[in-house]
Design a protein around this ligand. Sequence first.
Ligand SMILES: Cc1ncc(C[n+]2csc(CCOP(=O)(O)OP(=O)(O)O)c2C)c(N)n1
Ligand code: SF4
Length: 290
Amino acid sequence: MKTPIEQYNTQYIPTWCPGCGNFMIHMSLKKALSDLEIQPSETFISFDIGCNGNGADMINTYAFKGLHGRSIPLAIGAHLANRDFTVIADIGDGGCFHEGLDHLVHAIRSNYDITILIHNNRNFALTTGQATVSTERGRTMYGLPDGKPERDLDITKFILSISPTFYAKTFSGDPTKLTEIIKEGVKHKGCSVIEIMQLCPTYNKEMTPEWFKNHSEDISNVEGYQRESLPKIEEFFAKKKNDKIYTGILCKINSVKTFYENLENRKGYKTNLVEEVKQYSIKNLLKKFE
Ligand SMILES: Cc1ncc(C[n+]2csc(CCOP(=O)(O)OP(=O)(O)O)c2C)c(N)n1
Ligand code: SF4
């Protein structure tokens, strides 16, 4: 059944700052689900803590807002309970690369069939702009009047080093491309990581649309780039000498089984865990606590 985009709207009004990239990310997510004809009642999104997570009230799907850095394990749990659902984890760069970094690593490594949307605004925004691992070294941030002292982490190389089966990098200021990438990520069988460079005009003033245009290039412009070969991709980024941000689908590997497909004890099961647990009564177990 066709899913009009309005079906994903709620009565709540966003409180994001004017010009915040979260508006476009939300709109693109709704458009992608609508284009894919995925019903709100067939979608689960786990939201993180942060400005990104404030979107939880503004999209009409099943949603859960957990602790900071934990939206990925919540999504994994929901997916394993009911694999008929489209499951998405929404998270900021602070939650993803600090509080919840271990969850990102294991989600990718295990290849759970979920989509992870990382809102990378290069700071902890909700708590008024502290430095994250993706804030440029030397940048003056809240609590760091002399600039961020730590070395940078190259997020792209880091994610590629965990052997993702789908990794894309894109920009909140280009909703058309963002929508297409979300659609590809949701369709991919396995863990799809979509890192969205997100406009945050309040605490990341340098990253304007103009700045992004001058500092990025679509990977499809790179002749001979092979997004299906991890060794070739890693070689490309290892040799990269410029400071360009490459966008688009950087990696798409279809030959790796998902976590569930590798589970020997679930082979042949046609049912989902949510249906199976209904067959068990926990009355006797509860009696112990009476
Ligand atoms: C475990 C834990 N650590 C820290 C906090 C405080 N905290 C709440 S929101 C936030 C910033 C969130 O930054 P990010 O995840 O990048 O999301 P953004 O606000 O930038 O969208 C922090 C540090 C918390 N709530 N829980
Ligand atoms: S602080 Fe930044 S991320 Fe948060 S709502 Fe404002 S512009 Fe958006």
